[in-house]
Design a protein around this ligand. Structure first.
Ligand code: CTP
Length: 399
């Protein structure tokens, strides 16, 4: 395996010599890319001797080999350790001002980030936002260890132990390619139901659970198509994106793709109703009336349609259920009923409400089988939840 170890300018850089050793002793090829400032802590000679490969920090070294794109394209794993607040910020901003950041921007392999910085920097809202951005994009950002820092202080911000970083990274790349050869079609985002040429009815879906599923399916070897309604979450590279605006458009796109899909996952927040009439011209305020009544008609239930006309050879269909619970029953009660009604192989139930589900980085779900029986409960980042869902998909596919 080709491992790139990115070293940024923190005192913990000296510990990363053991990480390079760890990968080398397992027989992997290691390319170390330090930032210029990190050379104040550990010099290039150390990295060259340990890795057995030349070291450069700039995109202007070995220009004929087009290093700034080649290294990232060819890497099987990138580990950035220590990751300072500065490198986290530069990567989150998509900058390419040295060889390490250029490599990160061209890479399609898993990227592990092991932060090390003072507690104040780790807790600063700017760093927290950058870390959240990286996690949302699928970077595997470890939590820093808690303990003694460089000076007299101690707290969160210590570099995790090199063997822990190594083991964490190998776990991620070692994930079995259990969806290899499968085509996974995922709908994501919220539909927009047009009212007139400038207005629509919509919802708060960010699309993040859908894009996280897309990333997780790619990591497990699948070919992925994302049918994207309105969404703000960034789409991972290597995914075929098919845009869809309204529920009716989303239905068309899903029906077109259905025959070629081994797995269908409906994360999209599909509007249950659409305006009964589309006004060709902008709706104006009527004189003398303070009210406007909009008639709505029901949209087709796309998930139900997909499960009732399944492709003949095995197809796994996963639905989502966003529930708040009400006087009739709790979230799981409604989830169970929905599982029986929708006919999907799996139904992922999550509780929504203010600051829950929509737009948040984390999710907490219960996965039900086709009879509404709980298979397990999972919480964590949306990428972790995505893998838990795909564990169940892979289990059904292996039957
Ligand atoms: N869904 C769909 N077509 C619709 C509405 C929802 O395919 N017209 C899909 C969603 O993508 C999701 C699942 O059905 O996978 C459940 O969505 P949800 O909004 O929770 O359920 P509803 O069918 O709208 O049921 P209810 O109104 O009773 O909550």
């Amino acid at each position: 395996m080709r491992v790139v170890v990115g070293v940024s300018g923190g005192i913990a850089a000296y510990k990363v010599a053991h990480l390079v050793r760890f990968f080398k002793e397992l027989g992997h090829s290691v390319k170390v890319i330090p930032t210029q400032t990190s050379l104040n802590f550990v010099g290039a000679a150390t990295w060259e001797a340990l890795s057995g490969q030349p070291v450069s920090t700039s995109v202007f070294d070995a220009v004929d080999e087009v290093q700034h794109v080649r290294i990232g394209q060819e890497a099987d794993l990138i580990v950035i350790a220590p990751a300072t607040a500065d490198i986290v910020a530069r990567i989150a901003a998509g900058r390419t001002d040295d060889l390490l950041t250029a490599t990160v921007l061209t890479a399609t392999c898993p990227i592990v980030v092991a932060p090390a910085m003072h507690t104040e920097m780790w807790n600063n809202p700017a760093t927290a936002a950058n870390v959240a951005t990286l996690r949302a994009r699928g970077f595997h950002v470890m939590d820093p260890a808690v303990g003694r820092l460089t000076g007299k202080d101690s707290g969160a911000g210590r570099l995790p132990e090199p063997q822990d970083i190594g083991a964490f990274a190998l776990d991620i790349v070692g994930r079995t390619k259990d969806l290899a050869g499968m085509h996974v079609v995922i709908s994501a985002g919220g539909t927009r139901e047009p009212l007139d040429p400038v207005r629509y009815l919509g919802n708060h879906s960010s699309g993040l659970q859908g894009t996280s599923l897309a990333r997780a399916a790619l990591e497990r070897g699948a070919r992925v198509t994302l049918v994207a309604a309105s969404m703000t979450a960034p789409v991972p590279g290597n995914v075929t994106v098919v845009p869809a605006g309204s529920a009716l458009e989303l239905r068309e796109r899903m029906l077109e793709l259905k025959q070629d899909a081994d797995v269908i996952i409906m994360t999209a927040a599909v509007a249950d109703f659409r305006p009964a009439h589309y006004a060709d011209a902008k709706i104006k305020k009527a004189d003398g009336s303070d009210e406007l009544t909009i008639s709505l008609v029901k949209n087709p239930d796309i998930l139900k349609e997909l499960t009732s006309a399944r492709r003949e050879s095995g197809q796994i269909i996963v639905g989502f259920a966003a529930e708040t619970g009400d006087s009739q029953g709790d979230v799981l009660y409604h989830g169970r009923n929905k599982a029986l009604r929708k006919g999907a192989d799996l139904l992922v139930v999550n509780e929504v409400g203010e600051a829950k589900g929509f737009g948040t980085a984390d999710n907490s779900v219960v996965i039900l089988d086709n009879e509404g029986e709980p298979l397990g409960e999972t919480s964590g980042t949306k990428l972790e939840v995505a893998h838990a869902i795909l564990d169940q998909v892979a289990r059904i596919a292996a039957r």
